[in-house]
Design a protein around this ligand. Structure first.
Ligand code: F0G
Length: 461
């Protein structure tokens, strides 16, 4: 049997992508105030800003879209999705939402109050922002290896159980629930072991607290468990997923990831009381209980996508494609977070650009350089996203890692696109002595990476 990694699909519909010249990219970056979020997508050759909502839907999903029932209440599409979600999660209740952050907003509004503390392996940026908006402290308690880009560990997304235990012992009355993010996006798309989910669930239950999964990439996490955790090698991914959900009392979900849809999300719950308390916010902010801000056709696309994301041939290709991308980048001299995660390769800016100090925003410098070199767009996950200033001392607290995430959309790019992007990263490495650091020219208080404006500390070359 030939060993070449091939895409397990044929391409039925294509979308052209556009080459630009370096001079054009320079002008486009300047107009975007050096923030790659502000570039027009048309001006990006390979867009790895996110794997969220950017996947290609299958012919079955497009077919299901025509079956969408657009009734306001009680649509057939809702019941179809409900059946799929119950099959995947085995949870008693679910409500659709228009995407993951809406699920967070609705759930957190129902169960948190000001002054609370929520532990997680790592909160994703919208999760953190939704909690902080309610006056809740979002604590990241990932294991130490999870913050060391070069350290190998099969489950770098694991939460530090001793720190969770200590926190719950001291402050249980301030903690409304525990949370665990699978895979751990902020920490490199790294998986969480089944045993770790089981243990953190046991600790929460001992203290009478629910555990919620941020389950966006649960299928990728389940595949890693199959590959790496003892006793799961022969277990079907769908069963591994169900076991993961069985240790949780609820979940938030962005169907833009392992729902293989362009939009959508949901909250899954076991508790009838919590379900009751999310209903009002849902109706007020999202929509009626049977559509939650989505059209009937979206519900159909998610129902089919959720099932396709559990297919093991699909998952094998996905995880191996990302790993192959990591290898190609390393061949080109790029430093990456290892091992590669489920949905993205993360470039380690501190190792790749040793000349740019942390206060000069090295991951921002790398993101700009990649676009300039090859028209490739990634996202900064470093000081722009996470540095914070202590209001009392005025001292800036920098995050432990400076990363640029190259998130691979599902079923969109071929292995040759990976090779091209790796080459562009190689060019950046070869030219690194010429790259400037940056400073923020303007930024909003929260989620600043989306809209911040930057200035280079010396002119771009
Ligand atoms: N939780 C995690 C772990 C995520 O990665 C995301 C989104 C969300 C929640 C929010 O979901 O976008 O549907 O509102 N992550 C995207 C990303 C945006 O690029 O990583 P959403």
């Amino acid at each position: 049997m030939p060993k070449t990694l091939i895409e397990p699909f044929r391409i039925k519909s294509v979308e052209p992508i556009r080459m630009t010249t370096r001079a054009e990219r320079e002008a486009l970056l300047e107009a975007a105030k050096l923030n790659v979020f502000k570039l027009h997508a048309e001006d990006v050759l390979i867009d790895w800003l996110t794997d969220s909502g950017t996947g290609a839907m299958s012919s079955k999903q497009w077919g299901a879209i025509m079956e969408g029932d657009e009734s306001y209440a009680g649509a057939r599409s809702f019941y179809r999705l409900e059946k799929v979600i119950q099959d995947i999660t085995d949870m008693a209740f679910f409500v659709p939402t228009h995407q993951g952050r809406a699920a967070e907003k609705v759930l957190f509004t129902a169960v948190c109050k000001k002054g609370d503390v929520v532990p997680n392996n790592c909160h994703f940026d919208t999760t953190r922002a939704n909690l902080e908006y309610l006056g809740v402290q979002a604590l990241d308690l990932v294991i130490p290896e999870g913050l060391q880009p070069a350290t190998l560990h099969p489950f770098k997304g694991n939460i530090d159980l001793a720190r969770v235990e200590a926190l719950l012992k001291d402050q249980a009355d301030q903690i409304p629930f525990g949370m665990i993010t699978v895979t751990n996006n902020t920490g490199g798309g790294q998986p969480v072991a089944m045993d770790n989910i089981f243990q953190v669930s046991a600790i929460c239950r001992k203290h009478g607290l629910p555990l919620f999964l941020d389950a966006c990439r649960y299928a990728e996490n389940a595949y890693f468990i199959k590959l790496r955790e003892e006793g799961y090698g022969d277990v079907a991914v769908a069963r591994i997923g169900r076991e993961m959900f069985s240790y949780a009392d609820g979940c938030t979900f962005s169907a833009k990831k392992d729902g293989l849809a362009n939009i959508g999300g949901f909250i899954g719950l076991n508790s009838p009381e919590v379900y009751d308390s999310v209903k009002n916010t849902l109706i007020l902010k999202e929509g009626f209980l049977t559509y939650g801000g989505l059209s009937g056709r979206d519900l159909e696309a998610v129902a089919v996508g959720l099932k396709e994301a559990q297919e093991e041939e699909y998952l094998r290709f996905r995880i191996e494609q990302v790993a192959l991308f990591g290898e190609r980048l390393k061949e080109q001299g790029a430093a990456i977070l290892e091992p590669t995660g489920g949905h993205a390769v993360y470039l380690d800016a501190l190792r790749m650009l040793p000349g740019v100090k942390q206060e000069q925003l090295p991951a921002q410098a790398l993101a700009v350089a990649l676009y300039l070199e090859g028209g490739v767009r990634g996202v900064e996950i470093g000081s722009v996203m996470f540095a914070s200033t202590d209001p009392k001392t005025g001292k800036v607290k920098y995050p432990p890692m400076e990363l640029v995430r190259l998130a691979v959309p599902r079923r969109v790019y071929t292995n040759d696109h990976l090779a091209y992007a790796a080459e562009a990263a190689g060019e950046v490495v070869r030219n690194r002595s010429r790259l400037p650091g940056y400073r923020l020219a303007w930024a909003p208080e929260r989620l600043r990476h989306f809209t911040a404006r930057f200035e280079p500390l010396k002119p771009l070359e």
